[in-house]
Design a protein around this ligand. Structure first.
Ligand code: FES
Ligand SMILES: [Fe+2]
Length: 344
Protein backbone atom coordinates (compact mmCIF):
# COMPACT_ATOMS: atom_id res chain seq x y z
CA UNK A 1 0.00 0.00 0.00
CA UNK A 2 2.77 2.40 0.88
CA UNK A 3 4.09 2.60 -2.70
CA UNK A 4 0.61 2.94 -4.20
CA UNK A 5 0.37 5.93 -6.53
CA UNK A 6 -3.33 6.43 -5.78
CA UNK A 7 -2.80 8.83 -2.82
CA UNK A 8 -1.01 11.20 -5.21
CA UNK A 9 -4.21 11.95 -7.16
CA UNK A 10 -7.14 14.30 -6.54
CA UNK A 11 -10.41 12.95 -5.15
CA UNK A 12 -13.73 14.64 -4.48
CA UNK A 13 -14.24 14.79 -0.73
CA UNK A 14 -17.55 16.70 -0.81
CA UNK A 15 -19.56 19.12 -2.82
CA UNK A 16 -18.47 22.69 -2.00
CA UNK A 17 -21.94 23.54 -0.69
CA UNK A 18 -21.74 20.71 1.88
CA UNK A 19 -18.80 22.28 3.71
CA UNK A 20 -19.68 25.10 6.10
CA UNK A 21 -18.24 27.08 9.02
CA UNK A 22 -20.87 25.55 11.34
CA UNK A 23 -20.44 21.81 10.85
CA UNK A 24 -17.85 19.12 10.38
CA UNK A 25 -18.03 16.30 7.85
CA UNK A 26 -16.53 12.88 8.33
CA UNK A 27 -15.09 11.26 5.18
CA UNK A 28 -12.83 8.36 4.35
CA UNK A 29 -10.62 8.23 1.27
CA UNK A 30 -8.17 5.37 0.66
CA UNK A 31 -8.76 4.24 4.27
CA UNK A 32 -7.67 7.62 5.65
CA UNK A 33 -10.26 9.13 8.02
CA UNK A 34 -10.76 12.84 7.42
CA UNK A 35 -12.61 15.64 9.17
CA UNK A 36 -13.54 18.63 7.01
CA UNK A 37 -14.91 22.08 7.74
CA UNK A 38 -14.49 25.70 6.65
CA UNK A 39 -12.38 27.95 8.83
CA UNK A 40 -13.22 31.55 9.81
CA UNK A 41 -11.84 32.72 6.44
CA UNK A 42 -14.14 30.30 4.60
CA UNK A 43 -11.15 28.21 3.56
CA UNK A 44 -11.53 24.45 3.49
CA UNK A 45 -9.69 22.56 6.23
CA UNK A 46 -9.24 18.84 5.69
CA UNK A 47 -7.63 17.29 8.75
CA UNK A 48 -6.76 13.77 9.72
CA UNK A 49 -9.77 12.75 11.79
CA UNK A 50 -7.73 12.53 15.00
CA UNK A 51 -7.27 15.12 17.70
CA UNK A 52 -3.57 15.74 18.30
CA UNK A 53 -4.22 15.78 22.07
CA UNK A 54 -5.56 12.28 22.83
CA UNK A 55 -6.77 11.01 19.44
CA UNK A 56 -10.52 11.54 19.75
CA UNK A 57 -12.24 11.95 16.39
CA UNK A 58 -12.37 15.56 15.24
CA UNK A 59 -15.44 14.77 13.17
CA UNK A 60 -17.40 14.08 16.34
CA UNK A 61 -16.58 17.56 17.61
CA UNK A 62 -18.55 20.73 16.93
CA UNK A 63 -17.81 23.65 14.63
CA UNK A 64 -18.90 27.19 15.21
CA UNK A 65 -17.86 30.18 13.07
CA UNK A 66 -15.01 28.17 11.59
CA UNK A 67 -13.59 26.87 14.90
CA UNK A 68 -13.72 23.17 15.63
CA UNK A 69 -13.79 21.99 19.26
CA UNK A 70 -12.81 18.46 20.10
CA UNK A 71 -15.52 16.74 22.11
CA UNK A 72 -13.07 15.11 24.53
CA UNK A 73 -11.23 18.00 26.25
CA UNK A 74 -12.37 20.90 24.10
CA UNK A 75 -9.17 21.84 22.30
CA UNK A 76 -10.14 24.27 19.55
CA UNK A 77 -8.83 24.12 15.98
CA UNK A 78 -9.09 27.31 13.94
CA UNK A 79 -7.78 28.62 10.60
CA UNK A 80 -5.79 26.03 8.65
CA UNK A 81 -6.24 23.56 11.53
CA UNK A 82 -4.07 25.51 14.02
CA UNK A 83 -4.77 25.02 17.73
CA UNK A 84 -6.30 28.28 18.95
CA UNK A 85 -7.50 27.31 22.42
CA UNK A 86 -6.64 24.73 25.08
CA UNK A 87 -9.32 25.19 27.75
CA UNK A 88 -7.54 23.47 30.64
CA UNK A 89 -4.47 25.64 30.06
CA UNK A 90 -6.60 28.75 30.42
CA UNK A 91 -7.67 29.05 26.81
CA UNK A 92 -6.17 31.04 23.98
CA UNK A 93 -2.97 32.58 25.25
CA UNK A 94 -1.15 29.31 25.86
CA UNK A 95 -2.46 27.83 22.62
CA UNK A 96 -1.25 30.77 20.52
CA UNK A 97 2.27 30.33 21.87
CA UNK A 98 2.52 26.61 21.34
CA UNK A 99 2.02 26.71 17.53
CA UNK A 100 0.47 23.25 17.30
CA UNK A 101 -1.61 22.16 14.36
CA UNK A 102 -3.71 19.23 13.14
CA UNK A 103 -2.32 17.10 10.34
CA UNK A 104 -3.98 18.64 7.29
CA UNK A 105 -4.22 17.83 3.59
CA UNK A 106 -4.05 19.84 0.38
CA UNK A 107 -7.39 20.77 -1.15
CA UNK A 108 -8.75 22.58 -4.19
CA UNK A 109 -12.26 23.85 -4.93
CA UNK A 110 -13.33 23.41 -8.53
CA UNK A 111 -16.62 22.94 -10.39
CA UNK A 112 -18.58 23.02 -7.12
CA UNK A 113 -16.50 20.21 -5.64
CA UNK A 114 -13.82 20.14 -2.96
CA UNK A 115 -10.93 17.88 -3.94
CA UNK A 116 -8.25 16.50 -1.66
CA UNK A 117 -4.80 15.11 -2.42
CA UNK A 118 -3.56 12.89 0.40
CA UNK A 119 0.06 12.70 -0.63
CA UNK A 120 1.23 15.28 -3.17
CA UNK A 121 4.12 13.88 -5.17
CA UNK A 122 5.71 13.69 -8.59
CA UNK A 123 2.55 12.24 -10.20
CA UNK A 124 0.13 14.73 -8.69
CA UNK A 125 -1.59 16.74 -11.44
CA UNK A 126 -1.56 20.53 -10.80
CA UNK A 127 -5.36 20.30 -10.39
CA UNK A 128 -8.16 17.78 -10.96
CA UNK A 129 -9.65 17.48 -14.46
CA UNK A 130 -12.38 20.04 -14.97
CA UNK A 131 -15.91 19.10 -16.01
CA UNK A 132 -15.22 21.22 -19.07
CA UNK A 133 -12.33 18.94 -20.03
CA UNK A 134 -14.61 15.97 -19.45
CA UNK A 135 -17.11 17.40 -21.91
CA UNK A 136 -19.80 17.90 -19.28
CA UNK A 137 -20.86 21.44 -20.00
CA UNK A 138 -24.12 21.27 -21.90
CA UNK A 139 -26.99 23.53 -20.95
CA UNK A 140 -28.75 21.18 -18.55
CA UNK A 141 -26.97 19.66 -15.58
CA UNK A 142 -27.77 17.20 -12.84
CA UNK A 143 -25.43 16.05 -10.06
CA UNK A 144 -25.82 12.87 -8.00
CA UNK A 145 -23.95 11.11 -5.18
CA UNK A 146 -24.06 7.38 -4.58
CA UNK A 147 -22.21 4.84 -2.49
CA UNK A 148 -21.24 1.40 -3.76
CA UNK A 149 -20.00 -1.58 -1.72
CA UNK A 150 -17.45 -2.58 -4.32
CA UNK A 151 -13.95 -1.71 -5.51
CA UNK A 152 -12.87 1.30 -7.54
CA UNK A 153 -11.97 -0.99 -10.43
CA UNK A 154 -15.34 -2.77 -10.56
CA UNK A 155 -17.22 0.53 -10.33
CA UNK A 156 -15.18 2.04 -13.16
CA UNK A 157 -15.80 -1.08 -15.23
CA UNK A 158 -19.55 -0.71 -14.76
CA UNK A 159 -19.78 2.91 -15.94
CA UNK A 160 -18.21 2.14 -19.30
CA UNK A 161 -19.66 -1.33 -19.72
CA UNK A 162 -22.22 -1.55 -22.50
CA UNK A 163 -23.29 -5.24 -22.32
CA UNK A 164 -24.79 -4.98 -18.82
CA UNK A 165 -27.11 -2.16 -19.81
CA UNK A 166 -29.40 -4.50 -21.75
CA UNK A 167 -29.81 -6.67 -18.64
CA UNK A 168 -29.48 -4.51 -15.55
CA UNK A 169 -31.22 -1.54 -17.16
CA UNK A 170 -33.54 -3.56 -19.37
CA UNK A 171 -36.18 -1.31 -20.86
CA UNK A 172 -34.87 1.93 -19.39
CA UNK A 173 -31.74 1.89 -21.44
CA UNK A 174 -31.42 -0.93 -23.93
CA UNK A 175 -33.04 -4.23 -24.69
CA UNK A 176 -30.95 -7.24 -25.67
CA UNK A 177 -31.09 -7.41 -29.46
CA UNK A 178 -28.05 -9.59 -30.12
CA UNK A 179 -26.70 -7.13 -32.66
CA UNK A 180 -22.96 -6.89 -33.18
CA UNK A 181 -21.41 -3.60 -32.10
CA UNK A 182 -18.01 -2.73 -33.53
CA UNK A 183 -15.81 -0.91 -31.04
CA UNK A 184 -12.39 0.74 -31.24
CA UNK A 185 -10.46 0.91 -27.97
CA UNK A 186 -7.25 2.90 -27.52
CA UNK A 187 -5.13 3.02 -24.40
CA UNK A 188 -2.37 5.54 -23.98
CA UNK A 189 -0.75 6.66 -20.70
CA UNK A 190 -3.63 6.26 -18.31
CA UNK A 191 -6.28 7.30 -20.77
CA UNK A 192 -8.64 4.96 -22.60
CA UNK A 193 -10.83 6.14 -25.49
CA UNK A 194 -13.65 3.98 -26.75
CA UNK A 195 -15.58 4.64 -29.94
CA UNK A 196 -18.67 2.66 -30.86
CA UNK A 197 -19.44 2.36 -34.57
CA UNK A 198 -22.90 2.26 -36.10
CA UNK A 199 -24.75 2.05 -32.80
CA UNK A 200 -28.51 2.46 -32.96
CA UNK A 201 -29.24 3.13 -29.34
CA UNK A 202 -32.62 1.98 -28.11
CA UNK A 203 -33.18 4.38 -25.25
CA UNK A 204 -36.25 2.57 -23.99
CA UNK A 205 -38.77 5.03 -22.59
CA UNK A 206 -37.02 7.96 -24.20
CA UNK A 207 -36.38 6.64 -27.69
CA UNK A 208 -39.62 8.14 -29.05
CA UNK A 209 -38.37 11.52 -28.04
CA UNK A 210 -34.57 11.27 -28.35
CA UNK A 211 -34.14 9.03 -31.34
CA UNK A 212 -37.53 8.40 -32.96
CA UNK A 213 -36.12 6.86 -36.17
CA UNK A 214 -33.75 4.56 -34.26
CA UNK A 215 -30.97 6.07 -36.38
CA UNK A 216 -27.26 5.73 -35.87
CA UNK A 217 -25.92 7.73 -32.94
CA UNK A 218 -22.44 8.90 -31.96
CA UNK A 219 -21.21 7.24 -28.80
CA UNK A 220 -17.77 7.57 -27.18
CA UNK A 221 -16.59 6.60 -23.70
CA UNK A 222 -13.41 7.58 -21.87
CA UNK A 223 -11.43 6.57 -18.82
CA UNK A 224 -8.90 8.86 -17.15
CA UNK A 225 -6.71 7.13 -14.59
CA UNK A 226 -7.21 6.42 -11.85
CA UNK A 227 -10.90 7.11 -11.26
CA UNK A 228 -12.78 9.18 -13.82
CA UNK A 229 -15.02 8.03 -16.66
CA UNK A 230 -17.14 9.90 -19.15
CA UNK A 231 -19.78 8.68 -21.57
CA UNK A 232 -21.08 10.78 -24.45
CA UNK A 233 -24.06 10.29 -26.74
CA UNK A 234 -24.96 12.49 -29.66
CA UNK A 235 -28.29 11.85 -31.33
CA UNK A 236 -28.90 12.37 -35.05
CA UNK A 237 -31.00 15.48 -34.37
CA UNK A 238 -28.12 17.08 -32.41
CA UNK A 239 -29.35 16.30 -28.91
CA UNK A 240 -26.50 15.43 -26.54
CA UNK A 241 -26.23 13.55 -23.28
CA UNK A 242 -23.02 13.07 -21.25
CA UNK A 243 -22.32 11.36 -17.95
CA UNK A 244 -19.10 11.93 -16.00
CA UNK A 245 -18.41 9.74 -12.99
CA UNK A 246 -15.75 10.37 -10.39
CA UNK A 247 -15.25 7.22 -8.32
CA UNK A 248 -13.68 7.84 -4.95
CA UNK A 249 -11.94 4.84 -3.32
CA UNK A 250 -13.20 4.94 0.28
CA UNK A 251 -11.84 1.54 1.28
CA UNK A 252 -10.86 -1.51 -0.78
CA UNK A 253 -14.54 -2.50 -1.16
CA UNK A 254 -16.36 0.79 -0.83
CA UNK A 255 -16.55 3.51 -3.46
CA UNK A 256 -18.30 6.87 -3.39
CA UNK A 257 -19.40 8.08 -6.81
CA UNK A 258 -20.13 11.65 -7.87
CA UNK A 259 -22.02 11.73 -11.14
CA UNK A 260 -22.45 14.79 -13.35
CA UNK A 261 -24.97 14.50 -16.13
CA UNK A 262 -25.19 17.21 -18.75
CA UNK A 263 -27.52 17.41 -21.67
CA UNK A 264 -28.74 19.52 -24.51
CA UNK A 265 -32.23 18.66 -25.68
CA UNK A 266 -32.73 21.90 -27.60
CA UNK A 267 -35.87 23.76 -26.57
CA UNK A 268 -36.74 20.97 -24.11
CA UNK A 269 -33.55 21.43 -22.07
CA UNK A 270 -35.02 23.76 -19.40
CA UNK A 271 -37.81 21.26 -18.67
CA UNK A 272 -35.73 18.10 -18.51
CA UNK A 273 -33.92 18.32 -15.14
CA UNK A 274 -36.55 16.54 -13.07
CA UNK A 275 -36.97 13.59 -15.41
CA UNK A 276 -33.22 13.31 -16.12
CA UNK A 277 -32.49 13.20 -12.39
CA UNK A 278 -35.19 10.64 -11.70
CA UNK A 279 -34.18 8.41 -14.60
CA UNK A 280 -30.46 8.61 -13.80
CA UNK A 281 -31.01 7.81 -10.12
CA UNK A 282 -33.15 4.84 -11.11
CA UNK A 283 -30.38 3.56 -13.39
CA UNK A 284 -27.76 4.12 -10.66
CA UNK A 285 -29.88 2.27 -8.13
CA UNK A 286 -29.92 -0.73 -10.45
CA UNK A 287 -26.12 -0.47 -10.73
CA UNK A 288 -25.76 -0.24 -6.94
CA UNK A 289 -27.87 -3.37 -6.51
CA UNK A 290 -25.82 -5.44 -8.94
CA UNK A 291 -22.44 -4.05 -7.83
CA UNK A 292 -23.21 -4.58 -4.14
CA UNK A 293 -24.26 -8.14 -4.91
CA UNK A 294 -21.03 -8.66 -6.84
CA UNK A 295 -19.11 -7.09 -3.94
CA UNK A 296 -20.62 -9.51 -1.41
CA UNK A 297 -19.59 -12.46 -3.58
CA UNK A 298 -16.08 -11.08 -3.99
CA UNK A 299 -15.81 -10.74 -0.21
CA UNK A 300 -16.89 -14.35 0.10
CA UNK A 301 -15.07 -16.06 -2.78
CA UNK A 302 -12.36 -13.59 -3.81
CA UNK A 303 -12.17 -11.80 -7.14
CA UNK A 304 -12.24 -14.71 -9.55
CA UNK A 305 -13.24 -13.52 -13.01
CA UNK A 306 -13.49 -15.39 -16.28
CA UNK A 307 -12.68 -12.94 -19.02
CA UNK A 308 -13.42 -13.05 -22.76
CA UNK A 309 -12.35 -10.65 -25.50
CA UNK A 310 -15.62 -8.74 -25.01
CA UNK A 311 -14.21 -7.74 -21.59
CA UNK A 312 -11.25 -5.93 -23.16
CA UNK A 313 -12.22 -2.52 -21.74
CA UNK A 314 -12.29 -3.86 -18.19
CA UNK A 315 -8.97 -5.63 -18.68
CA UNK A 316 -7.36 -2.38 -19.87
CA UNK A 317 -8.77 -0.22 -17.06
CA UNK A 318 -8.08 -2.71 -14.27
CA UNK A 319 -4.48 -3.19 -15.45
CA UNK A 320 -3.96 0.55 -15.02
CA UNK A 321 -5.65 0.76 -11.61
CA UNK A 322 -3.98 -2.33 -10.15
CA UNK A 323 -0.65 -1.18 -11.62
CA UNK A 324 -1.01 2.17 -9.89
CA UNK A 325 -1.85 0.43 -6.63
CA UNK A 326 1.51 -1.30 -6.81
CA UNK A 327 3.52 1.73 -7.88
CA UNK A 328 3.49 1.25 -11.68
CA UNK A 329 2.81 4.47 -13.55
CA UNK A 330 0.25 4.48 -16.38
CA UNK A 331 3.07 5.48 -18.75
CA UNK A 332 4.83 2.18 -18.01
CA UNK A 333 1.79 0.22 -19.18
CA UNK A 334 1.61 -0.64 -22.90
CA UNK A 335 -0.19 1.68 -25.31
CA UNK A 336 -2.49 -0.14 -27.67
CA UNK A 337 -5.36 0.17 -30.10
CA UNK A 338 -7.71 -2.74 -30.64
CA UNK A 339 -10.95 -3.36 -32.39
CA UNK A 340 -13.50 -5.68 -30.83
CA UNK A 341 -17.05 -6.62 -31.71
CA UNK A 342 -19.55 -7.72 -29.12
CA UNK A 343 -23.26 -8.30 -29.23
CA UNK A 344 -25.85 -6.19 -27.45
S1 FES B 1 -8.55 14.33 22.71
FE1 FES B 1 -9.18 16.13 21.75
S2 FES B 1 -9.05 17.59 23.30
FE2 FES B 1 -8.30 15.82 24.25
FE1 LIG C 1 -25.21 0.61 -15.41
Amino acid sequence: MSHSLLPQYWYVIAEARELTQQSVLSRTILDESLACYRDSQGKVVIAQDRCIHRSARLSSGTVSDGNLSCRYHGWVYGDSGKIVSIPCEGGEEFASQCGMKAKTYTSIEQDGYVYVCLKPGEHTPPRPMTLNELGSVWKGRVRLQNRFQNSLSNCVENYIDVPHTAYVHHGIFRKPRGEPLRTTVTRHEGRIDITYHGERLNLGTFSMFLNPQGSEIEHTDHFFAPNVTSVHYKMPGGYRYSISSQSIPVTAMETMVYTDISYDFGVWTPFAAWIVRRQAQEVLKQDIDILNEQGRNIDKYGERFYTTSADLIHTLTSEIISGMRSGITPAEISSETKEITFCV
